[in-house]
Design a protein around this ligand. Structure first.
Ligand code: DGP
Ligand code: NA
Ligand code: NA
Length: 209
C-alpha cells in the first residue's frame, strides 16, 4: 500500500509596529503562493469580526475601557479561539500567512509596563510559526504614513516603546526586513527569498520521509 504523505502548510507570521506595511506584504505573499499553485489563506489577529475581536475592536477605537491585563488576555483568547482551526488547516496542507500574532501580544502589552514573562505565558502553547517576518520601521517614519493616529496605540512614544519590546523578542525564527524605504517591491523581494527557502526546505523534508 502506498502511503501518501501530506505536506504541512507553512505558517508565515508578519510582525511590526503600526503602519509598517504588514497587510500589503501579506497580500503580496498570498498572491505569490497562489501563483506557485500553493493552497494559501490570509489570516489576521486580532480578528475583529469574532465575538472576542469585537470587544478588542471597541477598545482599540476608544469606545470602551479595559484594564491592561484584561485586554491582554482578550487578545490572547482571540488567538486561542482559532488555534485548533489553524492547526487543522496547516495539517491539511494549507499555507497560512498571518498579519500579527503572539509577538504583537507580548510587545504591545509589555510596552505598557506589564511583565514580559507574564505576557508571554498566556500565549505559551500556541502553534509556532515557521518564520516571523519583521518589518522594521522607524516609529518616526510610521507617523508620516496614511491614517496614522486614528486608534488607541498609534502614538509616537508608545510605538517607540513597542519597537523596543519587539527587539527583545527577535530570535533565529525571525527575518528582519528594513522597510523604512517604503518600497513595496524591494521589501517583498527580500521576503520572497525567505519563502522560497522555506518551500525548498519543506520539499527536502518531504523527500526524506
Ligand atoms: P491592527 O488591526 O493590525 O492594526 O492591530 C490592532 C492594534 O492592536 C495595533 O495597534 C496592534 C495592537 N495589537 C495587536 N495584537 C495585540 C495583542 O495581542 N495585544 C495588544 N496589547 N495589542 C495588540
Ligand atoms: Na493599527
Ligand atoms: Na524595531
Amino acid at each position: 500500500m502506498e502511503i501518501k504523505l501530506k505536506k504541512r502548510g507553512l505558517f508565515i507570521v508578519i510582525e511590526g509596529i503600526d503602519r509598517s506595511g504588514k497587510s500589503t506584504q501579506c497580500q503580496k505573499i498570498y498572491e505569490y503562493l497562489i501563483k506557485k499553485n500553493e493552497k494559501i489563506e490570509q489570516w489576521k489577529y486580532p480578528d475583529r469580526n469574532g465575538d472576542i475581536g469585537k470587544l478588542i475592536d471597541n477598545y482599540l477605537k476608544n469606545q470602551s475601557e479595559k484594564s491592561d491585563q484584561a485586554i491582554h488576555l482578550l487578545f490572547s483568547a482571540d488567538r486561542w479561539e482559532k488555534n485548533k482551526l489553524l492547526q487543522n488547516k496547516l495539517e491539511s496542507g494549507i499555507n497560512i500567512v498571518c498579519d500579527r500574532y503572539a509577538f504583537s501580544g507580548v510587545a504591545y502589552s509589555s510596552a505598557k509596563g506589564l511583565d514580559l514573562e507574564w505576557c508571554k505565558s498566556t500565549d505559551s502553547g500556541l502553534i509556532s510559526p515557521d518564520v516571523v517576518i519583521y518589518l522594521d520601521l522607524d516609529p518616526k517614519e510610521a507617523q508620516n504614513r496614511s491614517s496614522y493616529g486614528e486608534e488607541r496605540y498609534e502614538k509616537l512614544t508608545f510605538q517607540s516603546q513597542v519597537s523596543k519590546q519587539f527587539d527583545k523578542l527577535k530570535d533565529d525564527l525571525w527575518k528582519v526586513i528594513d522597510s523604512n524605504n517604503n518600497n513595496v517591491e524591494s521589501t517583498f523581494k527580500e521576503i520572497q527569498i525567505k519563502i522560497d527557502e522555506l518551500l525548498k526546505k519543506r520539499e527536502e523534508e518531504k523527500d526524506l520521509e
